[in-house]
Write a protein that binds this ligand. Structure first.
Ligand code: NAD
Length: 478
């Protein structure tokens, strides 16, 4: 067994074993080999981490000059860039992410820290001319200890886009990566410490969410929970947090539409759409897994989409040309296979993929499913894997009704060259994020989050800073 990097918890500026010495094995999804053991936090580790973070908040971080805080965040960004290759390799070995994607994500994380380093001095209150005269102004204050709970599909970016704004706003963070994907979060803590972040300001607790999640969420010193993960766990967190009105922000599941009108650039829409759902092996909350194609171009679109899907480079994530690697785990692959099986049983047309290639690794070829009814499980539910359904539509209103029939509302794409239609339809799609003639969902500078059961609150952009501060109004009688 190879020990690739630091696998212990990071508490109060030091790597340390969990209090009871327990560990969780990590399996390389490309080889199915157990390749390291990572510390699993327990109740007493949570106590130490949360209390240490509270102490760090009170003893300096809260009151540190904003310019100094910004300097430390810039240093973190610099160290992430210096260690980009190491961080990318960790992510690849940990969750099977293609190395070129992992490199891009590490670069994105550096940009996230730079953005929030720059934002430290650009987020402030206002003065208000209240009716009774005097002097009235608002202050944005940090909350204290924030718990950041992140999933396994984009471990480093999501850990960064929660940690960086929370720290920029003056909070201390207890970061809990998913049990399957703790390595970049643990490495980030060490780099942040090296960059000058005081002990206790960022604590990282690896381990099982099922075991320690409730304790962390209900800890009296945790003032806010910023969660990304499944809708079911998000609902549980919201329920637990409601007891003492803790602040929560939730980024949850999705079932995003990809809408193609007949006047769109067909070549561009069809050639780019496969990676809008199969990137990260479909394990993407923004995956465009329901494609609505105007009937006039349906056959032409499907033909090109399937050709482009068959041409995807699937395989070893360590190869620079790989576009689709293995799924994260055996159980995640089985879960996706059960959706594909339900389509098979219902006699839907699986025109390609849905099968396992020979050899080791949790690979699953991207599946394209035609002929679904809107009541089909695979059409309605988040599959979170490499499977897409394509349906034709005739009428814009009817299509929008079906788009919005989903309880989710995270992301989506819309393809048309008619500006009026683009604006009209973009306004009507019930989602927090939408792209026209593009599939991009995430911009460091813009808010990211969902409508309906896809979430509450916003990550990224200046909106994230609102979510990590309390707004106070101060009135001075003159
Ligand atoms: P998950 O809900 O199983 O786990 C997410 C995190 O919550 C993990 O760190 C896990 O350990 C922790 N957790 C588990 N039980 C907990 C509990 N009782 N209390 C507190 N924390 C607990 O999700 P996942 O399987 O890691 O990720 C996949 C899901 O995440 C999908 O539904 C996907 O759509 C969603 N996701 C959403 C976004 C977004 O921005 N909207 C981004 C990525 C992933």
């Amino acid at each position: 067994m190879k020990k690739p990097c630091e696998t212990r918890l990071f508490i109060n500026g030091e790597y340390q074993n969990s209090a009871d010495g327990r560990t969780i094995p990590l399996i390389n999804p490309a080889t199915e080999e157990t390749w390291c053991e990572v510390a699993a936090a327990n109740e007493s580790d949570i106590e130490r981490a949360v209390n240490g973070a509270q102490k760090a908040f009170e003893n300096g971080w809260r009151d540190m000059a904003p310019g100094k805080r910004a300097e430390i965040l810039f240093n973190i960004a610099r160290l992430i860039r210096q260690h980009q290759e190491e961080l990318a390799e960790l992510e690849m070995l940990n969750i099977g992410k293609p190395i070129s994607d992992a490199r891009d994500e590490a670069a994105l994380c550096a940009r996230i820290f730079e953005y929030y380093a720059g934002a430290v001095g650009k987020f402030f209150g206002e003065t208000i001319p209240v009716a009774r005269g005097g002097f009235d102004f608002t202050i944005r204050q940090p909350m204290g200890v924030v718990a950041a709970i992140v999933p396994w599909n984009f471990p480093f970016p999501i850990a960064s886009w929660k940690t960086a704004p929370a720290l920029a706003a003056g909070n201390c963070v207890v970061l809990k990566p998913a049990s399957l994907s703790p390595l970049t979060a643990l490495r980030l803590a060490g780099l942040a410490h090296e960059a000058g972040l005081p002990a206790g300001v960022l604590q990282v607790l690896s381990g099982s969410g099922g075991k320690i999640g409730d304790l962390l969420v209900t800890h009296p010193l945790v003032k806010k929970i910023s969660f990304t993960g499944s809708t079911s766990i998000g609902a549980r967190i919201m329920e637990l947090a409601s007891k003492d009105i803790k602040r929560v922000s939730l980024e949850l599941g999705g079932k995003s539409p990809n809408i193609i009108f007949a006047d769109a650039d067909l070549d561009l829409a069809a050639s780019s759409s496969p990676m809008s759902v199969f990137a990260n092996c479909g394990q993407d909350c923004c995956a465009r897994s329901r494609i609505f194609v105007e009937r006039k171009i349906y056959d032409a679109f499907v033909q090109r989409f399937v050709e482009a899907t068959r041409a995807l480079a699937i395989g070893d994530p360590s190869r620079a040309e790989t576009q689709v690697g293995p799924m994260v785990s055996s159980s995640q692959r089985e879960s996706v296979e059960s959706f594909i099986e339900s389509a098979r049983v219902a006699k839907r047309d699986i025109v390609c993929g849905g099968d396992r290639p020979n050899g080791k690794g949790f690979y699953l070829r991207p599946a394209v499913v035609l002929g679904c009814e809107t009541s089909d499980l695979i059409w309605r539910e988040e599959v979170f894997g490499p499977a897409v359904c394509i349906r034709p539509f005739d009428d814009e209103e009817e299509m929008l009704r079906e788009v919005n029939a989903s309880p989710y509302g995270l992301s989506g794409s819309l393809w048309t060259n008619d500006l009026k239609r683009a604006l009209r339809v973009a306004k009507r799609v019930e989602s927090g994020v939408l792209s026209v003639n593009s599939h991009s969902s995430v911009h460091v500078e813009a808010p990211f989050g969902g409508f309906k059961q896809s979430g509450l609150g916003r990550d990224l952009g200046m909106a994230a800073l609102e979510g990590f501060t309390e707004l106070k109004n101060v009135y001075i009688a003159l």
